[in-house]
Design a protein around this ligand. Sequence first.
Ligand SMILES: NC(=O)c1ccc[n+]([C@@H]2O[C@H](COP(=O)([O-])OP(=O)(O)OC[C@H]3O[C@@H](n4cnc5c(N)ncnc54)[C@H](O)[C@@H]3O)[C@@H](O)[C@H]2O)c1
Length: 418
Amino acid sequence: MAVLGLGYVGLPVVLAAVEAGLPVVGFDVNAERVAALELGHSTVDTVTDEALRRATDTRRLTFTTDPGELADATVYVICVPTPLHDKLPDLQMVRSAVGFVAHSLSPGDLVSLESTTYPGTTEGLVAEQVEQISSLVAGRDYHLVFSPERIDPGNDEFGFSNTPKIVGGVSERCTAAGAAFYRRLVERVVTVSSPKEAETAKLLENTFRHVNIALANEMAVFCRELGIDLHEAIRAAATKPFGFMPFYPGPGVGGHCIPIDPAYFSWRVRQLGLSFRFVELATEINDRMPSYVASRVVEMLNDVRKPLNGASVILIGVAYKAEVGDLRESSAFPLARRLLQSGAQVCWHDPHVAEFTVDGLQLPEVKSLDADNLSGVDLAVLHTSHSRIDLDALVCHAPLVLDTRGAIKARLRHVHGL
Ligand SMILES: NC(=O)c1ccc[n+]([C@@H]2O[C@H](COP(=O)([O-])OP(=O)(O)OC[C@H]3O[C@@H](n4cnc5c(N)ncnc54)[C@H](O)[C@@H]3O)[C@@H](O)[C@H]2O)c1
């Protein structure tokens, strides 16, 4: 089996396949990444070096940048990024990976696309490109499925093996072949009638999150004006045993999925001459949150007669979500940018992150939240509340705290919410 793309999605697939007893070739175009993996260093913070070493110790796993080493595989799993370029789907890396697969593919093989994408990609772009290169026809000569990765980095309860895997193939036999393969790796496989439903299921999941986070964010702004503690209201609403799922406000949305995936669907909808209004609105609201947080910083400083210009502001937690070091699309970037543009001196603290650079400017890191470091700042913004962040020290030593996550439960005069 071969896995193409050894990042947050691909590496867990590799480990699960090795654990299931399969010989695995992990392929990536990033030579540095492959070299690190060969030395036993995990390249994503959600896979430990120890787990990687356990897999390599089986001798069933090799890593490579050489597409020639893909030829012996009978199953190909594609886990490459699907970013936006100028707000449009960028499938450049999918095309490149499909090209490598097509040059190695043999009749009877299975190809599974796991990268998040718009409905129609598997049966369109992937099947067509494979046919052009290899003359092999999906559903007739080889099995082709879409099986979205649903991994939630930093989630200790649900990982790769106990999150059901959706599989939709271009024919019933393709779906059956895909399902049989994934049943070796995960506890439960859910089949759907074609790749389009599988592609849409993934986009629906993330659009659902995106829209509901926007609802919480918009309510946070109104609730502040109305003097209502939204977090307390959410906790109360969440006691309803049916029909409600809590979502929480925050400084914006980040990561590779929530800010990006809904745009894949709305792009497809625009081709029908229509607009996906829920997505457009949610994007507008969520994108405005970093500016809103910056305006709250200005207000809080103003209350103590300080201008933002020249003030020292520390961002606590710069990763896009708790318990990971992933900075992709983190709202800490637009927030830091706003504060810097207004003349603030911005530093940061995040136990999961090694470096935080905004527009080429490497911002100073504060290693520990002690009295010396915190008493020198004018205001601390709790941007991401990792469990390793010492909230007691933050509350004790920072003169002003803006808690964007509702993580600090104590009602204190110098601690404000969104
Ligand atoms: N990160 C998540 O939490 C998550 C969750 C579910 C789905 N997804 C989706 O999974 C896909 C991959 O995301 P990720 O977070 O693993 O990305 P990532 O950036 O962590 O890893 C992707 C890897 O693919 C490699 N790559 C790029 N082009 C390649 C090519 N042509 N051939 C082989 N390797 C190539 C890159 O070098 C990189 O190492 C995306 O479509 C994403 O939307 C991500």
